[in-house]
Design a protein around this ligand. Structure first.
Ligand code: ADP
Ligand code: SF4
Length: 686
């Protein structure tokens, strides 16, 4: 198909100093959890984005010196010439497809605690950087840099830039954002210096200016020099000579960098979850930059709509459309627009499971794109599939995330696929969950897959079709996949993490009851020890219709695990705004239909609440009765022509949506293949 001329502007080349980006799609630096120890994994992950049409593909943060050591978080480095080959693998993979490769040289300053190098962290004035949304900051305080330290830093940046050039990078970054060292110099709360690097805004900007100059000298006109900067805090501060300090900083540096890469200050606002922030949420902070510089400007905003991208350019907000998450969820987003297939874009849902991977210290995972991080080690290309190796026809029972993903991938391989679901609508758990506050965007998991399935002739869709053992045995499919999901239980746990049995009773509910339409009478207590998004969202939803909702959790925060997905601060705010009472570090000890007894998880101290309905969001168990009943048929199955029955997703092992999608994808990829000796290939440092 031809490209819609409305989107032509997105495919114009953009000059960035001495290099030219082939189009306006720019994969900005983003964490991938892939260190120098995973060179092939990293090169494939980045290279596939270039193949998918991203005109520029960048690394994540690349440390320039052991005094910028983020461990235990994964980070890359260019400390030594021996680090060059691992990066060269990535630049080769990117160049192979005509894209430019960018490197985000990085010094973390007081944000890094140098747990491995054991060097005292560096800072402008000895102030520690406290990142409240992350639980893994330690006790090491930074030391104040003297003039010699600043000269050393400039030398490290220059050495990093030279190594980057040798590794084949086209764009070399100075990174002054997110609490990292050059950014700390910009803020008077962290910079109390009385020398040429502190005090006036001109002095606070000096380090960034010198880093840009040192980088430019080092690359000798061969690479572009980009400045990545956070502007959120600075934009909120009135300037002496301009509207804000952000205006002053950009005005002072104006045309010094070849490219401005502009962003927000903290991970929760920069990598903002869709539950609380729409597409394009950075615009009010970064929209002024283009007025103060003649250099191209790139910014992000979870852009997945080509019309929104065009509007950003036409309205003079950005020159290059930055993408981190959209490029993970669909590495082929640019090519799909280019080929008139924009309706096929697998849009990021803004769940931030990807960023949670970095917080977990592992290679990136994505809810929408199960191939992210698996390009090399499992040889999963996002758009290419091994053709069907047999005439097998597959019946999938259950059309939730696992079943739908399995069906799409089998269909793309060319198999004949039938998928049935009891419900009138496909979507499984998402039928209910997308109706909860802020979660509508997650419906893209279902929409994209249904769109794919409906466009393929080798797929039969049967909604409103509950299948039992006899139905399945009569349907003449060689392979049966059970994707029947999981159910929430009323199980409780002791403080010692032992299951203590079900809490049964007429007024005890689970999310499944709410999904089935039960309206629990107030006062309602939502008891959460699942600790991901659901209980918080359920409490917020219930508070819309009843004024008496209490949220109780064994954890120290509401929806505690969402600190991994940048959602936690906003979950708390939303619950407070909805007038939900929050009790943390409590477990439910007893409930008699009128009074609920909570016990403090540490002291055991009890407290009673008036309560008529208790909603337990805790443990799920597989809904696998159908699987068990089929397996019990033994030889009869084979007589009916069924050679295999396999569980996937939650019906095998309940998890988050990301797990279900990966499980469904894996079944489909591995169907008709001979299992290898290990589940995936291991990468080794070069
Ligand atoms: P997962 O996350 O593993 O995909 P879900 O719970 O989201 O699991 O989806 C499971 C789906 O399976 C639900 O939509 C449910 O209606 C469907 N289902 C369960 N049992 C049957 C059955 N016997 N026949 C058809 N569909 C079923
Ligand atoms: Fe988007 Fe979620 Fe994938 Fe991250 S994990 S890229 S937020 S869909």
């Amino acid at each position: 198909m031809a490209r819609n001329p409305r989107f032509d502007i997105l495919f114009e080349p953009v000059r960035i100093g001495p290099v030219t980006a082939p189009n306006r799609f720019y994969q900005v630096p983003h964490a991938s959890g892939m260190t120098n120890a995973l060179p092939q994994v990293r090169a494939s992950f980045r290279g596939i984005k270039a193949e998918g049409g991203w005109g520029v593909v960048c690394t994540g943060a690349v440390s320039i010196h052991p005094s910028s050591d983020d461990s235990p978080l994964p980070f890359a480095m260019l400390w030594d010439d021996k680090d060059i080959p691992a990066h060269a693998l990535m630049t080769d993979a990117v160049h192979r497809h005509g894209a430019l490769a960018g490197v985000e040289l990085w010094h973390g300053g007081a944000c890094t605690l140098n747990r491995t190098s054991r060097l005292a962290p560096l800072s402008p004035s000895g102030m520690p950087w406290l990142s409240t949304h992350l639980g893994f900051m330690g006790n090491q305080r930074p030391r104040t840099m003297d003039t010699a330290d600043i000269q050393e830093l400039l030398r490290w940046q220059a050495a990093g830039a030279r190594r980057a050039m040798q590794a084949g990078f086209d764009i070399v970054y100075v990174y002054a954002g997110m609490g990292y060292l050059p950014y700390e110099f910009l803020l008077p709360e962290y910079n109390h210096r009385t020398d040429a690097y502190g005090g006036s805004i001109e002095n606070r900007v000096r380090l960034v200016r010198e880093l840009i100059e040192a980088t430019r000298d080092a690359v000798g006109g061969k690479c572009a020099v980009a400045l990545r900067i956070s502007l959120e805090e600075l934009r909120g501060r009135p300037g002496n000579s301009a509207e804000s300090e952000a205006h002053e900083v950009v005005g002072l540096l104006a045309d010094l960098p070849d490219l401005w890469d502009v962003k927000m200050d903290s991970s929760p606002t920069d990598c903002a979850p869709s539950r609380f922030s729409p597409e394009g949420s950075h615009e009010p902070i970064v929209n002024f930059v283009k007025q103060l510089t003649a250099r191209p400007v790139v910014g992000v905003g979870r852009f997945t709509s080509p019309d929104v991208m065009v509007s950003q350019i036409r309205r003079g907000v950005l020159d290059l459309i930055g993408g981190a998450r959209p490029s993970i969820a669909d590495p082929f987003l640019p090519n799909k627009i280019n080929e008139g297939r924009e309706h096929e874009i697998r849009e990021c849902i803004g769940c931030n499971i990807c960023i949670s991977s970095w917080h977990d210290g592992v290679p990136v995972r994505c809810t929408q794109n199960p191939t992210a991080g698996e390009e090399w080690r499992r040889d999963w290309h996002p758009e290419r599939f091994a053709p069907a190796a047999s005439e097998s026809s597959i019946l999938i029972v259950g059309g939730g995330p696992a079943g739908l993903e399995c069906a799409v991938t089998l269909a793309r391989r060319g198999y004949s696929v039938t998928i049935a679901d009891t419900a009138k609508e496909f979507g499984g758990r998402l039928r209910f969950e997308t109706r909860l506050p802020g979660l509508a965007t997650w419906g893209r998991v279902v929409d994209w897959r249904l769109g794919q399935l409906r466009s393929r002739p080798n797929v039969q869709l049967y909604p409103a079709s509950e299948l039992g053992v006899d139905d399945i045995m009569g349907l003449e499919h060689s392979h049966v996949v059970i994707a029947t999901g999981a159910r929430w239980t009323r199980m409780l746990y002791s403080t010692l993490e032992f299951p203590v049995g079900q809490l049964d009773g007429p007024s005890v509910y689970t999310p499944d009851d709410l999904a089935a339409g039960v309206v629990p009478p107030a006062p309602v207590v939502v008891f959460d020890f699942d600790n991901y998004y659901l209980a918080g969202a359920v409490a917020e939803q219930l508070a819309r219709t009843t004024s008496d909702v209490t949220y109780v959790t064994t954890a120290g925060n509401a929806s505690a695990w969402t600190f991994m997905t940048n959602e936690l601060p906003q979950v708390h705010r939303a619950l407070v705004k909805a007038r939900v009472l929050i009790h943390t570090l409590k477990r439910v000890a007893a409930f008699d239909g009128e009074t609920l007894t909570m016990a403090d998880v540490y002291s055991g101290t009890e407290q009673r609440l008036a309560c008529r309905s208790l909603v337990i969001v805790g443990v799920r168990t597989p809904r696998d009765e159908l699987y068990q009943a089929l397996m019990a048929k033994g030889q009869e199955l084979r007589n009916a022509g069924i050679t295999a029955v396999t569980r996937i997703g939650d019906s095998l092992a309940p998890g988050a949506i990301v797990h279900a999608v990966h499980s469904g994808h894996r079944y489909a990829r591995e169907f008709d293949t001979v299992p290898g000796p290990a589940p995936y290939a291991r990468d080794f440092p070069l």
